[in-house]
Design a binder for this molecule. Structure first.
Ligand code: ADP
Ligand code: ZN
Ligand code: ZN
Length: 710
């Protein structure tokens, strides 16, 4: 009789261990391999899992082990991919199974279809893709010859990454429009000369992907490229992932979810806009795709390039300290100068319409006279204007003019936002942005019956109305997640801007990033102050980055330093450091400034943090769990020099969808010490939990490492 084969399998459950199964060679055919995707009986159902060990021994009674049902028609995940996922699982204190399984596209997790999948499907898809490629390949984006500064940057990149099998991290820092993309495409081109090489390009958000996608496709018409982001259909994603993990695709372009794709021939990584907060996964395993990409490059010994106009503080400091190569571009590629920054002090009466002016049209009360004049002038110059307000909907709160009623959400400790009727909702509604609850607008105050309900504050819809009222002949377009979900997708809205079909764009931060607009003369930011005083210590850093980004949308095509565009910022606090450094486009000055602030306060990157989240029916229970945890850490001697465990506190938005939420902050001077303490936290919590829910009080908990990472 052939010896029994025992395989250990992890499944998508918050369980630390793997499970032993028998591999019935006769029935299954083939032999088991580490990294193989299999189907196993689990509890009362069958689930997919990944083989992490193959042997002949089990600590359990062999007689009682169940057998593997079958395996996927896929090569096993390669060793480097498994190392990466293993690292992520350990570092982010997340079970291996629930780290690995979510990285596999749905299509490969349906054992029913394993037999019929792929060949036909894949062939059909390839044909379709070729056609799309040809349709788009005419490519209206022409790549240009690099200018002297870009050539120099390219030389340096090549020089720093010239040795084979060597890990190096490079920061390409250059202001918006300085031609960073052109430089890194050139750099990748030499690497891709090796026909088997794979390169990974990470971008922050889906709405940035189409433009870059077209550009990369045009640049590398001969290469097989796949795109991975949440907007790609499950089927296409399954195929793209397959092409990536089998080494067939040479270029993998994607958002953070692409960071964990197995790439057996990975030769280089680019993280575009490396400072962008959307690289941070916000549910499930809360990883930073940028940080994982750096670990991955180190592990497989390849160069990684981080690109940004406004690097994150930790990246910038690493470059300053010489741990990363620092490569810079200081001029705008097309010769334009930088946009001129204007701070409009909203407290200065000179900037406001006089009371007589305000009567008509009423939109005038929402923006300053100074800004209105600038927009009129920009319209006369036949240039487009971009108006940024970071809140979608009509107004953040509805209020009663006779009593104290406000449109609170009944399930959350937050207000319901008023949305006017539009493409998405036929009627105006109050909608909660935390739990999704939507209600009709009450005709009378629910508390006192008064019919005069007023909106407080403004969102994109209200500003859109105001702008239309003030410039009735201008073509106004609103771009936010609401408008991009309606009949036209985001890409179509952006095309309208690119094609000059729009005079004034009103939008959320969606419009601020990356887009290479050619005719924006003016950018205005209406609600910068809202983010000036935030509990989040990163708020100023993020605001600064966003202002530089949005400013960078202006005047991109100007020549010889002329016509570089203008950015207007309405603020009550023009003296704030964020705005003062912005006046001089002084990114390095600003970063030095916040370095000393962070250092004094002992905040990241001068310390390391983790949050323990707790969520229960009542706040008391959530706090109780965290207090007990803190006491445990103390009694076990974990709270030593260099480690701070704060008191549990309710979250800023305490109640969401009927659950009450609290958190505990742990801070350490050393990564290693934090790792140890988090492992102890995990053990302690698991002992008394089923999965991630405490048995006694039914508190759901989650550990989040580097919560404020980009
Ligand atoms: P970044 O990535 O720094 O924002 P891009 O590479 O997107 O910059 O370049 C900005 C714009 O300048 C694009 O329209 C690009 O085609 C153009 N551009 C880049 N390099 C050059 C160059 N050497 N000469 C002329 N135009 C260029
Ligand atoms: Zn009332
Ligand atoms: Zn709610």
């Amino acid at each position: 009789m052939a010896p029994l084969i025992v395989v250990q399998v992890v499944v998508d459950r918050p369980l630390a261990q793997g499970f032993d199964y028998l591999w019935d060679s006769e029935r299954l055919g083939g032999s088991p391999e580490i990294g193989q995707l299999v189907e196993v009986p689990f509890g009362r159902s069958n689930v997919v899992g990944v083989v992490i060990k193959v042997g002949t021994h089990s600590d359990f009674d062999l007689e009682k082990l169940k057998s593997i049902n079958g395996f996927a028609p896929l090569p096993p995940l390669d060793p480097a991919a498994l190392r990466l996922i293993n690292f992520a699982s350990q570092y982010y204190i997340h079970a291996l199974g629930e780290t690995i399984i979510p990285t596999i596209p749905q299509m490969w997790k349906k054992p029913d279809s394993w037999k019929k999948i792929p060949q036909k499907l894949i062939a059909a898809q390839e044909k379709k893709k070729k056609k799309v490629q040809l349709d788009q390949g005419a490519g209206f984006i022409q790549e240009v010859d690099l200018n002297a500064e870009q050539k120099q940057a390219l030389e340096k990149l090549r020089h720093c990454s010239s040795k084979k099998n060597e890990f190096t991290t490079m920061l390409l820092q250059g202001q918006t429009g300085s031609g960073k993309t052109a430089v890194f495409l050139n750099w990748l081109s030499a690497i891709l000369d090796d026909a088997s090489a794979q390169v990974l390009i990470l971008v922050p958000e889906i709405n940035l992907t189409p433009q870059l996608e077209r550009r990369v496709r045009t640049y590398f018409p001969e290469k097989k490229m796949v795109v991975l982001h949440s907007g790609v259909s499950e089927k296409e994603r399954g195929i793209a992932w397959h092409e990536a993990m089998t080494g067939k695709a040479q270029i993998i372009l994607g958002t953070r979810l692409a960071a964990l794709t197995p790439l057996p021939n990975l030769r280089a990584i680019v993280v575009d806009e490396e400072h962008d907060p959307s690289y941070k996964q916000q549910d499930g395993i809360r990883y930073s795709a940028r940080d994982l990409a750096i670990w991955r490059a180190h592990d497989v010994k390849v160069p990684i390039l981080l690109s940004s106009a406004t690097p994150s503080l930790e990246t910038w400091l690493a470059a300053k300290a010489g741990r990363y190569e620092h490569i810079r571009l200081d001029q705008r590629a097309q010769g334009a100068g930088l946009p001129k920054v204007h701070l409009i002090n909203t407290r200065d009466p000179q900037n406001q319409f006089s009371p007589g002016d305000v009567s008509k049209p009423k939109g005038k009360s929402l923006i300053t006279k100074t800004l209105a004049n600038a927009i009129s002038k920009n319209l006369e110059d036949k240039k487009q204007s971009l108006i940024l307000i970071n809140r979608r909907g009509y107004a953040p709160v509805l209020s009663c003019s006779a009593c104290t009623w406000l449109s609170k959400c009944q399930q959350c400790s937050s207000y319901m936002v008023m949305h006017k009727a539009g493409a998405l909702t036929k009627k105006s509604v109050l909608s909660c942005h935390h739990c999704g609850l939507a209600k009709p607008i009450p005709s009378h105050c629910p508390d006192c019956g008064n019919a005069d309900l007023k909106t407080l504050g403004q969102g994109t819809q209200k500003i859109e109305d105001a702008i239309e009222e003030m410039w009735p002949r201008a073509r106004v377009l609103r771009v936010d997640t609401d408008s991009s979900k309606s009949s036209k997708g985001a890409e179509e809205l952006f095309q309208e801007i690119h094609q000059g079909k729009v005079d004034i764009v009103v939008g959320t931060q969606m419009i601020a990033k990356g887009h290479d607009y050619q005719n924006i003369g003016l950018v205005a930011v209406l609600d910068a102050d809202a983010r000036l005083f935030s509990q989040d210590f990163r708020a100023a850093e993020r605001l600064f980055a966003q202002l530089v980004q949005v400013a960078g949308r202006a005047g991109r095509s100007g020549k010889d330093g002329q016509d570089s565009g203008d950015i207007y910022i309405e603020t009550q606090y023009p003296e704030s450091a964020v705005f003062q450094y912005l006046l001089g486009h002084d990114v390095d000055g600003f970063l030095s400034h916040i370095t000393s602030e962070r250092q004094e306060a002992g905040l990241p990157p001068f310390s390391y943090q983790a949050l323990i989240h707790a969520e229960a029916k009542s706040l008391d229970k959530a706090i109780q769990l965290l207090s007990t945890l803190k006491a445990q850490l103390k009694s076990q001697g974990h709270i030593s020099k260099g480690l701070r465990v704060y008191d549990p506190v309710p979250k800023a938005v305490m109640r969401v969808a009927g659950s009450e939420r609290a958190q505990l902050l742990i801070e350490s001077d050393s990564r290693k010490q934090l790792q140890e303490v988090l492992e102890a936290v995990d053990r302690g919590l698991r002992e008394n939990s089923q999965g991630r829910i405490s048995k006694a009080a039914r508190v759901r908990w989650l550990i989040e490492r580097d919560p404020s990472a980009i």
